[in-house]
Design a protein around this ligand. Sequence first.
Ligand SMILES: Nc1ncnc2c1ncn2[C@@H]1O[C@H](COP(=O)(O)OP(=O)(O)O)[C@@H](O)[C@H]1O
Ligand SMILES: [Mg+2]
Length: 302
Amino acid sequence: MLKVKNLNKKYGSVHAVKNLSFKLEKGERLGFLGPNGAGKTTTMQIIAGALAPSSGTVSVAGHDVFESPKKVKKQIGYLPEIPPVYEDMKVCDYLKYVSQLKGILKVNLSKEIDEAIAKTNLESVANRYIQHLSKGFRQRVGLAQALLGNPPLLILDEPTVGLDPQQIIEIRELIKNLEGHSVLLSSHILSEVQNICTKAIIIKNGQIILEDNIQDLIHNESSSIVHLKLNSFTKEIENNLLNLNYVKHCAQKNNKIEIHLTNSSDELLIELSKFLINSGVGLIEQSPQDLKLENIFIELTK
Ligand SMILES: Nc1ncnc2c1ncn2[C@@H]1O[C@H](COP(=O)(O)OP(=O)(O)O)[C@@H](O)[C@H]1O
Ligand SMILES: [Mg+2]
């Protein structure tokens, strides 16, 4: 659906995007994760054809963004960081205006607008002026304009930034429930990407530092490590732990015991805590090690 190859963007001396390459397959929701200034917005602007790169190529559904910009723009629904809404227009008039800009045929106009309004739950405010809407509703209007024309690829640049927690949940649910679109969504919040996306790319200083499928990132080897703080720890307890069929490894590290389990399921963690309590070792603390993705993300956002 989307292929980005060796993309570079320099703003004078600032090298904002460095040799970035990635792919987005049809139907995937790819999280584009990174701290502020990582190059997310710049990359998305280039993909949407709103900014020229210094070098590199982008193709959408087989069309090159720079050679066939019109064809590519038909394939993309773009929600920029600041929603491009006109405050002195009513929601329905604004969506009609955008539909005309997108070249949607007159016969399809009202059906397209009604669909975009329904998908973003804007029915109750369709006749209100945008300036009178809350930030959450404005963001939904931004999303509705991206959906007009039913583009196969959605580029959503930090769609929940600046919203209150309730609005964040609503927008996330809306995006998760959109069917028939491939999505590239940027965020500086790890949990948001875990919640909405199927794959993630982490970028820092314009470069990819990690790329994987979300489930693989969560269920990796390190996610099955547990740290224990016990009142007493003897050789006998160590042997008893090692005799459990779900314990692969057990070692004392500083004042904690590190245990490697065969997997990271909640059931296993419950089993382990039951065993420890029953053996009377004085369980003070049992904490699963942070997910690898979380660790990397914290490291890079420092
Ligand atoms: N128009 C611009 N002129 C100069 N530098 C810019 C411009 N836009 C972005 N930058 C710089 O490029 C880098 C990447 O910015 P951006 O793509 O907005 O990152 P993100 O969206 O991940 O926060 C930052 O260092 C930023 O200061
Ligand atoms: Mg940005």
